[in-house]
Design a protein around this ligand. Structure first.
Ligand code: HEC
Length: 103
């Protein structure tokens, strides 16, 4: 048991806590969602428009938790909606990694 915990901890230290990666097909769909939906408010290159920039520079100081919670639940009283009916938790974790790394 203890060994398992150590292993998980190690996985979490490298990259964004290695949540199960979405399949290649899902990754393509999520990237399309970014281009087609998120860009509507965050700008065509996600550089910021009505919504704030989602570029790595802009997100660098924000915790993964904050960004994951925002995408999952949206932000009350703002245009940012909840995406939890579209994206699985693992997919949101992966997406935050993509946004933060700009890849
Ligand atoms: C209808 C407009 C709209 C759409 C579509 C939208 N957002 Fe947002 N988003 C916003 C606004 C406005 C904010 C800022 C909310 C605030 O004032 O705190 C925001 C905030 C965020 C934040 C937090 C950024 C920060 O600096 O704290 C993230 C991350 C985010 N959006 C991701 C996404 C993703 C990913 C999508 C697509 C799946 C998306 N948004 C779609 C309007 C939108």
């Amino acid at each position: 048991m203890l060994k398992m915990k150590k292993l998980l901890l190690l996985l979490c230290v490298s990259s964004s806590c290695l949540a199960a990666e979405p399949s290649a097909e899902r990754q393509t769909e999520i990237r399309a969602l970014l281009q087609n939906s998120c860009s509507g408010c965050h700008g065509a290159g996600l550089q910021g428009a009505m919504g704030p920039s989602l570029k790595p520079e802009a997100l660098a100081n924000k915790t993964d938790e904050l960004l994951i919670t925002t995408i999952t639940n949206g932000r009350k009283g703002t245009a940012m909606a909840s995406w939890k009916s579209t994206l699985e938790p693992d997919e949101i974790t992966w997406l935050v990694g993509v946004l933060k790394s700009g890849k």
